[in-house]
Design a protein around this ligand. Structure first.
Ligand code: ATP
Ligand code: MG
Length: 358
């Protein structure tokens, strides 16, 4: 998967642009608030999903204009293709001049993985961020996971309602078992999906984190389950937790409480990691995600790295600019001197929404 060129009209602060990309590394460089992240955001929209910044479609259109148009020229398996997206109140897409019934129809055709400053939350924030990371990656690969998750959440909500009401109405206890049975089946399946996915991811991490840290540090990731991936033992665990859960008024075990334990050299990255270590670990999870995606689908996602170089020392910056092999990469940075380290690739300078390629 190679993004060959991009044409933009009225997208965010970019009135018009026609840019050719390098097949290897593209460094998007410029001062704050010039349009670097906007450019990555435009590329990301071709994944068919929502903006990674959570923007509404109409926020993507240049102020004062009615609509934006973005066109990506790409090459997949040796075949040159083109995708057009028009954004006004909604989004419409055409792929090789064939109109798509919904803009989300293009999902999976132009895969990309984004690393943005918000992804530091993967290490810094609570367990919900890590669960979301696993679940989003799994959904893209195994759509059946979405159904299982919905079933689990529905049963969990019902059980929680009962736990809250039971003080006032003891008869409700007779209903709780049905929901626990459902939770045990779908919950164990969710844990199974997550563990299998993390096993694949773990095989990628030593090379990636080792590369970034010049093999001076070791990153490990382990699934930390509260109830396990066997439905029988899951059911027993729910039963055993009931008394405590009534006091809490919520369900204390299950995949909605699980976590990934991420360590660097055997100690918690979240509690003890330095800024650079946290950034390197979060980036490793994301690069690993793209490797697993490639292993399973045979498609290499394009890497979009927003502001990843800050806080990294020279060695780590150098690695990211020059050693992510066999992947097309787009990296934004404010510090022009970072581009001096680039050995091969293209520099795109962004200033006030204008883009110049070198
Ligand atoms: P930083 O280095 O601070 O991350 P950046 O180059 O990544 O900066 P962007 O996030 O791409 O900056 O945003 C550049 C500018 O785009 C912002 O100042 C913002 O006001 C402007 N902008 C965002 N949406 C629109 C829009 N719909 N129309 C016009 N301008 C917009
Ligand atoms: Mg930015």
């Amino acid at each position: 998967m190679i993004f060959k060129a991009l044409r933009l009209a009225n997208f965010r602060n970019i009135r018009s642009a026609d840019i050719k990309f390098s097949d290897d590394v593209n460094v998007i460089c410029g001062e704050n608030a010039q349009g670097k992240t906007n450019l990555l955001e435009a590329l990301w929209l071709f994944t068919g999903t929502k903006s990674f910044r959570g923007a509404k479609d109409k926020e993507l259109v240049l102020f004062g204009e009615e609509s934006a148009k973005i066109t990506l020229f790409f090459n997949d398996d040796g075949r040159d293709q083109r995708c057009d997206i028009k954004i006004d109140g909604k989004r419409q897409a055409t792929l090789n001049d064939v109109p798509q019934s919904a803009a989300s129809e293009i999902a999976g055709k132009m895969p990309a993985v984004i690393f943005s400053p918000a992804d530091l939350g993967l290490i810094k924030d609570g367990p919900a961020a890590r669960r979301k990371f696993l679940d989003t990656s799994i959904c893209q690969l195994y759509p059946a996971f979405i159904d299982v998750s919905k079933k689990y959440i529905r049963a969990l909500d019902q059980r929680n309602k009962i736990l809250k009401e039971i003080k006032y109405n003891e008869n409700l206890l007779s209903f709780i078992e049905d929901f626990e049975n459902e939770m045990a089946v779908s919950g164990a399946a969710i844990v199974g999906y997550r563990k299998r996915y993390l096993e694949k991811l773990k095989t990628k991490i030593p090379d990636i984190y080792g590369g970034i840290s010049d093999c001076r540090e070791k990153m490990t990731a382990e699934y930390a389950a509260t109830a396990g991936d066997n439905s029988e033992s899951f059911k027993k665990a729910l039963f055993a937790a009931r008394k405590n859960d009534v006091i809490l008024g919520s369900t204390s075990i299950g995949p909605h409480r699980d976590d990934i334990k991420i360590d660097i050299d055997g100690i918690s990255a979240r509690s003890f990691g330095s800024q650079g270590q946290k950034r390197s670990a979060a980036l490793s999870l994301k690069l690993g995600e793209s490797e697993v995606f490639y292993e399973i689908t045979g498609k290499k996602p394009v890497l979009l790295l927003d502001d990843v170089l800050s806080e990294l020392d020279e060695f780590r910056q150098n690695y990211i600019l020059n050693s992510i092999k066999s992947r097309q990469v787009f990296i934004t940075c404010c510090d022009k001197s970072s581009t001096d380290k680039l050995k091969a690739g293209r520099i795109l300078e962004v200033s006030g929404g204008n883009i110049k390629a070198f």
